[in-house]
Design a protein around this ligand. Structure first.
Ligand SMILES: [Zn+2]
Length: 91
């Protein structure tokens, strides 16, 4: 079984592939269960803000961890917020 919480969250690109800015680190809530997102949001996320990382998927099996350290792109977070302001919630 995959233990998502054991994946090193600090692995991955040092800069955002979309914006080219250095990634920052943040502590974000772990979301357990299957994420329910729309196709529209999924496409926008892939194209516009792939590194927003405002939460972290924890898989279906709920663990004790509630927070995870992730890398994120500050520009992606701005883009995500702007997209959500226009299109509504991601769920
Ligand atoms: Zn970015």
């Amino acid at each position: 079984m995959i233990r998502y919480s054991r994946i090193d969250p600090l692995n991955g690109p040092a800069a955002c592939p979309v914006h080219g800015v250095p990634m920052c680190t943040d502590s974000v809530p772990i979301v357990y269960g299957l994420p329910l997102i729309t196709q529209e949001f999924s496409r926008a996320q892939a194209d516009l803000f792939p590194c927003a990382n405002t939460s972290r998927g924890g898989g279906c099996l709920v663990q004790q961890e509630a927070q995870a350290t992730v890398r994120y792109c500050p520009r992606c977070r701005e883009e995500k917020k702007a997209w959500l302001d226009v299109h509504g919630a991601e769920l």
